[in-house]
Ligand binder design. Sequence first.
Ligand code: ADP
Ligand code: MG
Length: 231
Amino acid sequence: MSKKSSIILEASKEGRKHLLETEAKTVCMKYGIPVTEFELAKDRVEAVEFAEKIGYPVVLKIVSSDVIHKSDVNGVILNIKDAGEVQKAYDQIIDSVKKHKPDAKIVGILVQEMAPTSTEVIVGATKDPQFGPTLMFGLGGIFVEILKDVTFRIAPITEDEAREMITEVKAYPLLKGYRNRPPADIETIIKILLNTSRLVMEHQEIKELDLNPIMVYEKGAKTVDARIILE
Ligand code: ADP
Ligand code: MG
């Protein structure tokens, strides 16, 4: 699996620095990083078709190389429960993106399974000018944003280092289960860290990678949003 991702090669060739969520998630899948099931709809009929195939509830999102933060343009609608709501959400997203960014080139609307809420973690990678690809781990939301409770390692990492990254954050006890919160699948997080390490090592053109958030369950995990920025 040391082959370069054709998606990354294509984007570089086209001079695009931000991969679309569909592209970033496809790259992740190739590296064994679990992501929400998704399909890219080109029209409302397709959106309903995909939603029925994936199963409700679903999430609809804007896919546009001109939109990096989808929520900022009201480009994400969660918890859609039937065909009528899919059609409504589809139109709502297109209208809203056109209002916020009239020139945005819309590739389509992403239909994806709604991942049940759970413990959220973040796996990131940046390229340090001196040390090269560097990995980051933390728990999602306030833990990263307010408490800066994160940990870093220079890639590539070993399995022991991946485990250390997880156990050394202050919020680690939450992952082991707390009150009515079940324990999170730590072995799966370790695999995600190792696979992310391999991904960034084999693609030195990745400037930033952001799996944020990853919902972690008692068994397995699902990456809900993936961002990859090229140099
Ligand atoms: P943005 O580009 O604004 O970061 P996201 O794709 O991250 O857009 O969506 C915004 C938020 O919506 C996410 O942080 C997450 O809380 C929630 N979300 C997005 N996709 C899903 C999904 N498939 N299942 C559950 N929650 C989701
Ligand atoms: Mg996001």
